[in-house]
Design a binder for this molecule. Structure first.
Ligand code: URA
Length: 245
């Protein structure tokens, strides 16, 4: 039985693999090498190939909203593009004064193609409604546009691969205020590792810009720790004041 790497090597150089018959009769299992490709040859091929499969990076032309969205949909810059159901570029008003940035799509977002539609999203909607803001008035997106498998944290290379998209979206929308929800979003946008609890009470600025940035707890955290809701409520009232200045 060939390893995945060996299978990739053979595929990469156009050698078709020998398919054995599975119990059900379909030709779906790779069971053995064709006689014509000896093991030594595979090893030579393996050494000649780069360590990792070549990844096609995202197109760099992100100069209009349509280009940004299209580039997100076409992106194959990291592994997440292959494991997700679909890309989740973001939703809402391109002229929004408030841009809300979460971490990455979860299961329901992955299925629907829209950010914050699951339980966390329902709580986020209620939080916004509490300060008189509807979902259609804001723009909501995530740091990564593809669901990390099993809702794990996105890896640093995945965040980096998606970085040009969030930067382009912020540039295009030019919001009056950014709300970073949760640790991943706050740490990435502020380029820091300070605990969210310490970032919460201040007004930050997106580095390299004069856009005010507020950090708050992720709604998923609030679902697990309802006692933190009072802190977020205080935060939301400050956010409301900032937007109405
Ligand atoms: N959590 C996030 O950070 N983003 C979503 O879109 C959904 C859940």
């Amino acid at each position: 039985m060939l390893s995945r790497r060996q299978q990739q090597c053979l595929k990469g150089i156009g050698i078709r693999q020998w398919l054995g018959r599975s119990v059900s009769g379909s030709n779906s299992e790779v069971t053995q090498l064709p006689e014509a490709v000896p093991q030594e040859q595979i090893e030579v091929i393996e050494q000649a190939l780069p360590e990792k499969p070549v990844i096609i990076s995202a197109p760099v032309k992100l100069d209009s909203w349509d280009n940004i969205t299209q580039s997100i949909h076409q992106c194959q810059a990291c592994e997440l593009a292959r494991s997700c159901t679909q890309k989740v570029p973001g939703v809402g008003n391109q002229q929004a004064g408030l841009m809300i940035i979460g971490e990455g799509p979860g299961h329901e977002e992955d299925l629907k193609g829209e950010p914050f539609v699951g339980r966390s999203g329902q709580l986020l909607d209620k939080m916004l409604m509490a300060i008189g803001i509807s979902r259609s008035q804001v723009f909501i997106t995530n740091i990564v546009k593809c669901r990390p498998p099993g809702n794990r944290d996105p890896h640093i290379d995945e965040v980096k691969a998606c970085e040009s998209f969030i930067q382009a979206q912020i540039k295009h929308i030019a919001p009056r205020v950014i709300l970073a929800v949760g640790r991943i979003s706050a740490h990435h946008l502020l380029n820091c590792t300070t605990p969210v609890g310490k970032l919460i009470d201040q007004i930050h600025h997106l580095p390299g810009s004069d856009i005010p940035l507020k950090v708050t707890y992720h709604p998923a955290y609030l679902l697990r720790n309802p006692s933190a809701k009072s802190i977020v409520w205080r935060d939301l009232k400050n956010l409301h004041k900032m937007l109405n200045r």
